[in-house]
Every structure is written in structure tokens, then in C-alpha cells.
Design a protein around this ligand. Structure first.
Ligand SMILES: Cc1cc2nc3c(=O)[nH]c(=O)nc-3n(C[C@H](O)[C@H](O)[C@H](O)COP(=O)(O)OP(=O)(O)OC[C@H]3O[C@@H](n4cnc5c(N)ncnc54)[C@H](O)[C@@H]3O)c2cc1C
Length: 347
């Protein structure tokens, strides 16, 4: 028997992020697979009633909250105090939380305080014969491990994007508030603001349905014997603006940008997908002017539907890495796609 606690913090506007609802869905499946298991929700934030109401119908028997101005911001000292109080109040044996940067920082310390253990980057949970296990990927997502622990409490941080989010109707949750008074020493650190690129310069969108990946081909000499970097940038940015897709890049392309060559100024190393880059999770991915070599394709591990545009019918995508390969000029394809998107928008 487990006592499951889903720990979530609210966003700046008091809402619950998708990753919190994903964790809730994982907890629900676990509860359904285990006998005599209870599910509680613990919320932290400036005001947590709206978040509790959003998930009122999730099947949790108890809703706990730690709220107040001190808990509005992401700060280890106060987050750890709040989470510890929630774990103790719920007498939780299994604490599931979304692997947000805020929880990744605070919850390992909380696990230590409550005499438990913590595992990060869980990509799935399952239960068989009353025993809970988690799935975790290793070696740049090439090897999958299934792990279990006997130690309780067990804190598990679930990678955002691994599970479909819970999406039931809102309701009215009966919240049990826990009074946590942070000592002055816990309030020494203050978040004074956020530095983030302007909204249209922000090209990495983890929640987007589509990952659009650009390769070095966009900067190569084309059939007319010239390069067309400005045209490439315009085609790619127009497509991103119209679709709000997330932007990825191959290592070759981001390296070119990093070396200060006149290529795609908006492409940084943060966009790189692959063995030495990111492993994004999007339902669909479209690779353009990118060869699809193994170290690159490793980063596509969790992209469900893969398509690619390449002039070379013998490229890596053609060798089993993509579901669909369009052997075509990406400049022509993307110009046509952008025109169709514009037509659709004006219709
Ligand atoms: C240890 C190690 C780790 C690595 N990690 C990564 C990683 O994390 N991520 C990564 O991306 N790479 C990684 N690499 C590098 C990887 O092996 C490739 O070198 C790189 O991905 C190639 O990038 P590319 O496909 O953009 O460029 P290229 O190999 O230069 O391919 C360009 C492609 O564009 C096509 N093309 C050109 N013009 C057009 C056009 N008009 N229309 C359509 N297609 C066109 C060409 O046919 C060609 O296939 C790693 C390598 C090593 C050794």
C-alpha cells in the first residue's frame, strides 16, 4: 500500500503548469494499478485555491496547501520548508513531482530531511504485484532502465513531456492549509526579476506540437552556385512565427552560428538536438537540410512522428530514421508551406 502525494507549485498567475497535470496523470495510473492506495495533492504558491480547484476532480482524497507571499517565488529555503511540511502532513510514502527547475532544486534536499530517497528524470512509472518502478533513460537516451526502491518515503521527479496530462473538469476543492512560518534566514534570497529573450526571439518551445529542425544545408551553396542565408532565415522565421513550432538545429549548423559566420543569427547551441544536444519531446518533428546522422538522430528519441526534407535520397533519414522523407529542395518546400499557411490564415 502506498500513500501517494503529488507535489506541485503554482505558476506566477496562480495556474498549474502542464507538467504538474502530467504528474497527476502518472499518479492516477499508479493508484489505479495498486491496491488500497490513497492519492493526495500538495500545492505551494502565493495562493493555491485556483490550482486546487483546477484539479478538484482528479480523484485525490485530500488537498493540502502552503501559501503566502514567501512561497510565490522559486527559492530553495522556502520551497524546501513548504514541501517538507506537505510530505509530513500527508504521511506520504511516494511523492511524485514534475521535474521543473524549481522542484529539481528543492526536492532532493527535502528527501534527505524526511529520511527518504529521491530519483530524478523519471520518464514513466508502473506497478506490478504491488511494487512500484520507474523508468529512466541513460547514455543520452540510448539505454532504458527500470528501477525500484524499498526505501520510503520515495521522491520521484518526472520529466515534463513524458506523460499525457490530466485534463478533467475544474471544481471546488476543499483545501487543508498548512501553516509554515519561514524564519528570517530562509528569506534572505529574493528573485528580483527574470531575464528572458523577447517573445519572438524565443525559439525553444517545449510545449509546441511540432519541432522544426534546421541543418547546415540551409547555409550551403545551392544549385545556382550561391548561398542563401538571408532567404533561409526568412523562410525559417516565417514558418516559426506562423506555426509557433519549436526550433532545433543540427550540430553543424549551431557550430557555424557560434563561429560568428554570416548564417542564422537566431540559432544558438541551446537549439542543438542530438547526442551532445537536447532530447526534446514533441508529437511531430520536421528536419530540413539536415543529413540525419546517428549522433543527431539520437536526439529524436522521443519525437513520435518524424519527417525530413533533403535533396539527397541516400541521406540518414532515408535509412530508417524518418517516417517520411521528402526528396526535395527545402527552400522550395518551405516557401510553399509558408504560402499555404498564409492562405489558410487569411481564409
Ligand atoms: C561525438 C559526436 C557527437 C555529436 N553530437 C551531435 C549532436 O548532438 N547533434 C547533431 O546534430 N550532430 C552531432 N554530431 C555531428 C553529426 O554527426 C553530424 O556531423 C551533424 O549532425 C551534421 O549536421 P547537418 O546534417 O546539419 O549537416 P551536413 O552533414 O552538412 O548535411 C547537410 C544536408 O543538407 C542537405 N541539403 C543541402 N541543401 C539542401 C536543400 N536545398 N534542400 C534540402 N536539403 C538540402 C544535404 O543534402 C545534406 O544532407 C556529433 C558527432 C560526434 C562525433
Amino acid at each position: 500500500m502506498e500513500t501517494i502525494l503529488v507535489l506541485a507549485h503554482t505558476e506566477a498567475d496562480g495556474s498549474l503548469a502542464r507538467s504538474a497535470r502530467e504528474t497527476l496523470a502518472a499518479a492516477q495510473s499508479l493508484q489505479a494499478a495498486l491496491a488500497a492506495t490513497t492519492l493526495s495533492v500538495g500545492l505551494v504558491g502565493a495562493d493555491v485555491q485556483a490550482a486546487a480547484d483546477r484539479v478538484a476532480a482528479c480523484g485525490a482524497t485530500r488537498f493540502f496547501g502552503v501559501a503566502g507571499a514567501a512561497f510565490a517565488q522559486s527559492r530553495y529555503a522556502t520551497d524546501a520548508l513548504a514541501a517538507e511540511a506537505l510530505c509530513r502532513e500527508a504521511a506520504a510514502t511516494l511523492i511524485l513531482a514534475p521535474g521543473t527547475s524549481r522542484w529539481c532544486r528543492a526536492l532532493p534536499g527535502v528527501a534527505h530531511r524526511i529520511g527518504g530517497r529521491v530519483d530524478t528524470h523519471a520518464a514513466g512509472l508502473s506497478a506490478a504485484d504491488g511494487a512500484v518502478s520507474i523508468v529512466r533513460w541513460y547514455y543520452r537516451q540510448r539505454m532504458e532502465a527500470t528501477m525500484a526502491r524499498t526505501q520510503r518515503p520515495w521522491v520521484v521527479l518526472i520529466d515534463p513531456g513524458s506523460v499525457a496530462p490530466w485534463d478533467g473538469p475544474a471544481g471546488a476543492a476543499s483545501l487543508q492549509m498548512i501553516d509554515v512560518e519561514p524564519p528570517p534566514a530562509a528569506l534572505r534570497t529574493a528573485v528580483t526579476g527574470f531575464l528572458a529573450p523577447a517573445a519572438d526571439a524565443q525559439t525553444i518551445r517545449p510545449d509546441a506540437d511540432l519541432l522544426f529542425v534546421a541543418g547546415a544545408g540551409w547555409t550551403k551553396v545551392q544549385a545556382d552556385g550561391k548561398t542563401h542565408a538571408a532567404e533561409a532565415a526568412d523562410l525559417i522565421l516565417t514558418f516559426l512565427r506562423k506555426t509557433q513550432a519549436s526550433l532545433g538545429g543540427s550540430k553543424s549548423l549551431v557550430d557555424l552560428s557560434g563561429e560568428g559566420q554570416a548564417v542564422l543569427s537566431f540559432m544558438t547551441h541551446l537549439n542543438q538536438v542530438g547526442q551532445t544536444g537536447a532530447t526534446p519531446r514533441h508529437p511531430k518533428g520536421l528536419a530540413t537540410c539536415c543529413h540525419g546522422e546517428e549522433p543527431h538522430a539520437v536526439g529524436w528519441r522521443f519525437i513520435s512522428e518524424r519527417r525530413a526534407v533533403n535533396l539527397d535520397p541516400n541521406c540518414g533519414w532515408a535509412r530508417g530514421k524518418a517516417d517520411v522523407l521528402y526528396v526535395a529542395d527545402a527552400f522550395a518546400v518551405m516557401a510553399k508551406v509558408n504560402a499555404l499557411l498564409a492562405e489558410r490564415a487569411s481564409a
